[in-house]
Write a protein of this length. Structure first.
Lengths: 761, 460
């Protein structure tokens, strides 16, 4: 038995990766290992969490069963460890699996609200505060999916009518374009027919049927099933698309109005709050009127849906405003703690007993998907909101609620919450952007592709490196270099697992791509290039080939049956490969080729398994020169670097970005160096505002510019050097340009270089 | 909205195919030159195993005792020597075609043609350049694929070209493309190894991938923009020429070029296009399928008679009867296949799961072009497209050019891939784009064509 946390984690990870079916025995074994190594629980939790995030869809469910089993059988400490991450784990998994799996996940979720069967404790598996956000998100997502179906139907009709400009529709709900829809795993593929346009029918939308899930050693799932039947469906109203309860809507609006009033009372001069409040009151009027109207005059269902979604958004935005003010949790991260030092005063409040009076508005969780904090008990959340609000006034939420990142998908749903929780927490975010870049380094090269001989040896090594990086490091706190990516959760886990967040951001496309998940996605392929030495020669024709084939290019000659020709492309070519049917001659050359060919088959099979774990994607095609120079090589993997296809498009990057977007806001990318994260503007001595900028796909400091090695607020600088406004604006433009330019280089390094791997046979 | 939809949530695939066709499990015997023709609908699955003898699909041999799985496929298994097949799964329809003598089979001339071409490949340094043409539904693609597969099997590395934008060769529809086929084709691919799933991905592939050179036409028929089509044929031909110059093996193997079906209503233009291709690709063997269609056959012969290639070879034209058993075009099926290939381009097929990337970009950060809408007789030129909601669900070709290049350059640049527009937010001026590879898209021009049609349910 390994006694080192790293070893335990590594072993556990390997065991998990081998788990690809719902095997009761294996899950029981994994549970026992987790039990015996409870002292390394954090490492195991980390491993399970990462595995669920990265594994292909068809392996997600078994991994979730492991989580389930571990938590139910060893609630302490695993329940505590998993609890805060539950939302991100569950939603991340939910987005990538197919519907039958989702149904099973729903069942599992239900059992989490119950006590562990057979246990003396009457506490549910996970506290309700941790489960409810997930349920809310699922309901909201389902409604959104329905709305999206409606809108895409409309869109389709519009398209059918031709391509005349479409009148701008009112805020069409965003289609549920989450992080990509993953095709179902192999086995179920054929059943996943066309993508049916069909609204969900039940409140679940998914028929729950008896599931072949394995029971964990102690807990029988069947017991849960029975209990589930009795589980009151408290969300009936929202699950069924028809069932938008106007009462509920009214209630939600009222809650918002109350909250808004509180806000307004605190800052009566803020006109944006005033307008928002007015708008809400108007909306309330409209909705209330609905009740008194006859059925046929009421707003159509879809409109109500939109209103409802908007209310939910607003609530979420409200919440975000609060959360932005939150100081970071006392994150037990070696790296973050240094960077987060400036938040120390806030952190201190944690150890104090919570205030009883919480002036923040009550959080309505039922209708607000993201409303309740999954990670924090509401009281603390409220408290945090309060303490920080006294520190600096919250930025008013923008009056119209806007979808995060222009619509966003399911991943963003989970992600946005985390982003929000991050927004207020500068240090962590910067650290993350650091992670984004740094984490690519452990897996710098296409691990297998480039090493034809023993491809499988590389990834474990890389993975080990990653594992080492990820291993808990709280024992050696501050002196860790700031670049060390993954903070290790400790006794009180940080609110959001940064790597989880990162993965989510990446999945939703919020973070660009140069940040490859450590070990999860292979770097992009490099186009094949240039003739490798020793291209295969065309095999000599069978002897006598030409003598026998005397065919004229005339219909009559072509129609003549020549029985002696048939064996020429069958047996004369040698016996076929048992795997692909390709024939090899039995002479020396043929045998040599066949050996190489069988090796190739073997390696490819091995690597397909590996690649499945990592995730893969289609490559770009290459440009003309590379295509012309690429050779089909039999039984050779070849990977080569290509410069022209990747650099050529990129050369214009900075220039075009700049010309197309002339009026860019002044911003610069947040420095990677954690010590600089807290630097303040030398003129006003205030810190820079960090935010995620969609346009740049970067974490940036708004209104920041670098002049002569120092970073200033653009406005401060312009004020001081008033006369040189022109020069300043010039500076404005250059700054982002430089940033983009730098990014370009990174793109080339990790992301954009399109390497194409060709595989001979 | 703060919590967006989860793709596919609450939308369950109806199992509607269950009642339409029978599930089968049986063993069949084929005599030499016999064919087993089958249709597997989308969403269903059928497996074929060769128990004895030899069998092949479009020239690529099936391994003995290995199960091959087919979906959304209309094809046939052919044997030259006779075989026993074990068939199981769901089929829309299938039938056994047995001949009393080999002379009755449509594939005897194809096989002979292969040996004829093979002989020429052996004897000359410059392999034959073959154009397969014909009226619609005469089996052009099947013959072209078979000839390429047989050549590959015999050790050649021929180029396979396609100038029919209605279908894609290793591309989405709407492209003209070519690729070297030096390795076995993917038998299980619905398109018989020429589907877009056979292109490179970041991971390994059980069947060797092929790397296409593609140019984006963006229309369904060559007549839709004849001028551009001709230009792109020229571009493709020049790439092919360069490839020949670079690679002796490929040069010695030649090219097999598949072409659009020529409708009799637009006979003149159709033949014009073919003659253009013959000139550009220096074609020296023209196979006319559906030779019984006298008007077309004589039209082709009339235009090509006595013509010589740039290399001084005579252009030979041979007419063959239409391939027996070619299924007429079923537009529903074809559209379903186009959608499936778009999906598989991004997400992979049942055998290989790919993870594309979605990203949100501002309107100003991408450069999207489209052909101008002018209806006058002038050839449409590329212009910057105004991004609007009608762009949602379309697939756009990503060109290997710079956004600052002149429109003609962009239009004739090679395609490096496709992106799908997931949605357009006109208020926020942002787009969500699904792309196969992560990375910023701002530096590459994207072209919005009119073919293939948008695929509404690509994501969720």
């Amino acid at each position: 038995m390994a006694d080192n946390a790293d070893d335990v984690a590594d072993d556990y990870r390997q065991a998990l990766e081998d788990l690809n079916v719902n095997s009761r025995l294996e899950i029981a074994t994994l549970t026992n290992i987790a039990k015996e190594n409870a002292n390394h629980g954090l490492a195991i939790v980390e491993v399970i969490t990462n595995h669920i995030k990265k594994c292909p869809p068809n392996r997600t469910l078994p991994a979730l069963y492991v989580l389930d089993s571990v938590v139910k059988n060893v609630p302490t400490p695993y329940g505590l460890y998993f609890g805060p991450k539950l939302y991100s784990i569950f939603m991340g998994a939910y987005t990538k699996v197919d519907n039958p799996t989702r149904a099973k996940m729903n069942e599992m979720l239900k059992t989490w609200k119950q006590p562990v069967p057979g246990s003396i404790s009457k506490k549910p598996v996970f506290p309700i505060e941790q489960v409810r956000p997930i349920e809310n998100a699922l309901i909201a997502a389902k409604n959104a999916a329905f709305a999206a179906t409606q809108s895409s139907l409309q869109g389709q009709q519009q398209l059918m009518r031709g391509r005349q400009p479409v009148a701008p529709t009112r805020n069409t709900p965003t289609p549920p374009t989450g992080r990509g829809y993953q095709p179902p795993p192999h086995g179920q593929f054929q059943h996943q027919d066309a993508y049916p346009i069909r609204p969900s029918s039940g409140h679940n939308g998914i028929p729950s049927r008896a599931t072949p899930q394995p029971a964990p050693p102690v807990v029988g799932y069947s017991q849960h099933h029975q209990q589930q039947q009795q589980q009151p469906a408290a969300r009936e109203g929202y699950g069924a698309p028809q069932g938008i309860s106007i009462d509920k809507l009214n209630y939600d609006i009222q809650q918002l109005i109350d909250a808004e009033k509180t806000e307004f009372a605190r800052d009566p001069l803020d006109t944006s709050k005033q307008t928002k409040l007015m708008a809400l009151l108007d909306l309330q009027g409209v909705v209330q009127k609905q009740q008194s109207l006859p059925q046929n005059e009421r707003l159509p269902h879809k409109e109500l849906m939109v209103i409802r979604d908007r209310i939910a958004e607003l609530a979420a935005l409200n919440l975000r405003a609060q959360k932005q003010q939150q100081p970071p949790q006392p994150s037990h991260m070696s790296a973050a703690s240094a960077a987060a030092a400036f938040h120390a005063p806030h952190t201190a409040t944690y150890s104090q007993p919570p205030y009883t009076a919480t002036p923040t508005p009550p959080v309505v969780s039922q209708s607000q998907p993201a409303a309740s904090l999954p990670q924090l008990p509401p009281a603390i959340a409220a408290l945090l909101g309060r303490t920080s609000q006294t520190h600096q006034p919250p930025p008013p939420p923008p009056p119209p609620p806007q979808p995060v990142s222009g619509g966003a998908g399911a991943g963003a749903g989970a992600g946005s919450l985390s982003i929000d929780s991050l927004l207020g927490r500068g240090a962590l975010a910067t650290l993350l952007s650091g992670v984004a870049q740094k984490s690519a380094t452990p897996t710098p090269t296409p691990p297998q592709v480039s090493t034809p001989q023993y491809p499988s040896t590389i990834p474990p090594a890389a993975a080990a490196a990653i594992a080492a990086l990820r291993s808990p490091s709280q024992q050696t706190p501050v002196q860790f270099p700031p670049a060390v990516p993954t903070p290790a959760p400790a006794a009180a886990p940080p609110p959001a697992d940064p790597s989880a967040l990162l993965a989510m951001l990446r999945q939703t496309g919020l973070i660009g791509n140069n940040a490859q998940a450590a070990g999860s996605t292979p770097p992009l392929p490099i186009p094949p290039r240039f003739p490798l030495p020793g291209g295969m020669a065309v095999p000599p024709p069978p002897p006598g080939y030409m003598d026998r084939a005397t065919i004229q290019l005339t219909p009559a000659s072509l129609k003549l049956f020549r029985p002696h020709l048939i064996p020429l492309h069958l047996d004369a070519l040698g016996p076929p490969c048992t795997q692909c049917g390709r024939r090899f001659k039995t002479d020396e050359e043929g045998r040599r080729r066949k050996t190489a060919h069988m090796d190739w088959h073997f390696k490819v099979h091995q690597r397909i398994v590996e690649a499945e774990r990592r995730g893969q994607h289609r490559s770009w095609f290459v440009d003309e020169m590379d295509w012309i120079r690429s050779h089909e090589e039999a039984d050779v993997d070849y990977v080569s670097h290509n410069s022209s296809s990747s650099t050529k498009p990129n050369n214009n990057n900075a220039a075009t970005t700049m010309t197309t977007t002339k009026k860019k806001q002044c911003y610069m990318r947040v420095p990677e160096d954690a010590t600089k994260v807290n630097s303040a503007c030398p003129i006003c001595q205030e810190k820079f505002e960090m935010k995620w900028l969609d346009e740049a796909q970067e974490w940036v400091w708004m209104d920041a510019m670098k002049v002569g090695g120092r970073i200033f607020h653009g406005t401060c600088y312009a004020e001081v050097h008033g006369g040189s406004a022109a020069a300043t604006s010039q500076g404005y433009r250059q700054t982002p340009e430089r940033v983009l330019g730098k990014r370009k280089a990174e793109d080339e390094g990790h992301g954009f270089r399109s390497k194409v791997k060709m595989e001979g046979y | 909205m703060s919590i967006p939809g989860i793709p596919g949530l609450g939308q369950i695939a109806p199992q509607h195919h269950q009642n339409h066709h029978q599930s089968t499990n049986r063993i069949i015997q084929l005599r030499p030159f016999g064919e087993w023709r089958f249709q597997v609908p989308r969403g269903a699955n059928a497996t074929v195993r060769v128990l004895s003898g030899t069998a092949e699909r479009d020239g690529t041999e099936l391994a003995l005792n290995r199960s091959y799985s087919f979906t959304r496929t209309r094809s046939k298994i052919l044997t030259w020597t006779g075989c026993t097949l074990e068939i199981s799964g769901e089929l829309d329809s299938d039938n056994l075609v047995q001949y009393n003598s080999p002379e009755e089979s449509s594939y005897l001339p194809v096989m002979n043609l292969h040996f004829y071409l093979h002989e020429r490949r052996q004897s000359l340094k410059r392999g034959p350049r073959v154009l397969i043409c014909g009226t619609p539904n005469t089996g052009k693609s099947t013959v072209a694929r078979t000839l390429v597969a047989l050549a590959t099997r015999a050790g050649s590395q021929p180029l396979f070209g396609n100038i029919d934008p209605r279908e894609g060769l290793l591309t989405l529809p709407g492209c003209l493309s070519a690729a070297v086929f030096g390795t076995v084709m993917d038998v299980e691919d619905p398109e018989g190894g020429t589907g877009v799933t056979s292109t490179p991905s970041s991971g390994p592939s059980a069947v060797p991938v092929k790397l296409p050179m593609a140019y984006y036409f963006g229309r369904e028929k060559m007549e839709d923009d004849f001028g551009l089509w001709k230009e792109l044929v020229k571009k493709l031909a020049s790439s092919v020429r360069a490839k020949f110059e670079e690679d002796e093996i490929v040069k010695g193997s030649g090219i097999v070029l598949d072409s659009p079906g020529v409708e009799l209503v637009s006979l003149q233009e159709g033949i014009e296009g073919l003659v253009h291709a013959v000139e550009e690709f220096a074609i020296n063997v023209v196979v006319v399928l559906g030779g019984e269609e006298k008007e077309f056959y004589e039209g082709v012969v009339g235009r090509l008679k006595g013509k010589k290639t740039v290399h001084g070879e005579e252009v030979e034209v041979v007419g063959l009867e239409k391939i027996d058993g070619v299924v007429g075009r079923d537009e529903m099926f074809a559209q379903a296949n186009r959608e499936a290939s778009i999906k598989e381009y991004f997400f992979g097929d049942g055998r290989r799961t790919l993870s594309p990337f979605t990203q949100s970009v501002g309107f100003d950060d991408v450069a999207i072009f489209k052909a101008s809408d002018d209806d006058d007789d002038q050839q449409p030129v590329l212009e910057q497209a105004e991004i609007s909601e009608e762009m949602a669900h379309w697939t756009l070709a990503v060109m290997n050019a710079s956004v600052n290049d002149p429109p003609e350059t962009i239009q004739q640049a090679p395609v490096i891939g496709w992106v799908a527009i997931a949605n357009v937010d006109e208020d926020k001026r942002r787009l969500r784009i699904l792309s196969p590879v992560s990375g910023r898209l701002g530096n590459q021009p994207m072209v919005w064509g009119r073919w293939p049609e948008p695929y509404i349910n690509l994501i969720g």
